[in-house]
Design a protein. Structure first.
Length: 197
């Protein structure tokens, strides 16, 4: 199956709202706690090894990073929240920037929240989901690192997360290692970007 996200390429990194591209087209934002596997998920979905920077140091994404998939169709990598070892003033800056981004960005078509399946639905995760809910915007959860636990535990966790969400967001298993759930996740993102797959 042809990968509709394979042509993704780095476009820009924004530290301030004024640095964001023109608010047109379609964007899908990716959010996740530091160390949840967000960069690996992005790379896997786009079938590229180093599109998003993966790091042994959590919280390396310190800007809103835009990847263009097609003209006016972007993936947006949000700063890893949990902000490991980030100074307080930068933490406050990010909170305000992301708040404004979610409240005002018209091109934003959906939110992917990346969660380590062994630690899902933490306070930060729920905070990110609430941005989408308040806007009536679709949200989809990738329970990453699913290969780290057994089938029974996977089933139990996804059932518990679905019960917590009560239909407010969709959720799936995902593994960058074994490629579990990759086609499903690509389909969600491509649909939101209106890539016509």
């Amino acid at each position: 199956m042809k990968n509709p996200l394979a042509r993704a390429e780095y476009r820009l990194a924004a530290h301030l709202p004024s640095q964001l591209p023109t608010d047109t087209g379609f964007e899908v934002a990716f959010a996740g706690r530091s160390n949840a596997g967000k960069s690996s998920a992005l790379n896997t979905l786009c079938n590229q090894n180093s599109l998003a920077r993966t790091s042994k140091t959590p919280g390396r994404t310190q800007q809103l990073v835009y990847f263009q998939v097609a003209p006016e169709k972007h993936l947006v990598d949000l700063p890893g929240y949990g902000y490991a070892k980030v100074p307080e003033n930068l933490r406050v800056h990010w909170q305000e920037f992301i708040n404004e981004f979610f409240h005002t960005r018209q091109a934003l078509a959906g939110l992917i929240v990346v969660m380590d399946i062994r630690h899902p639905m933490r306070e930060f995760d729920q905070g990110m989901l609430s941005y989408a809910f308040r806007r009536g915007m679709p949200a989809h959860i990738l329970l990453t690192k699913a290969d780290k636990i057994g089938r029974g535990e996977q089933t139990k966790t996804i059932r518990e997360v679905k019960a917590q969400l009560a239909g407010t967001a969709s959720v799936q298993l995902f593994s960058s290692e074994t490629k579990l759930g990759v086609d499903e996740a690509r389909g969600v993102v491509a649909n939101w970007l209106q890539l016509g797959v």
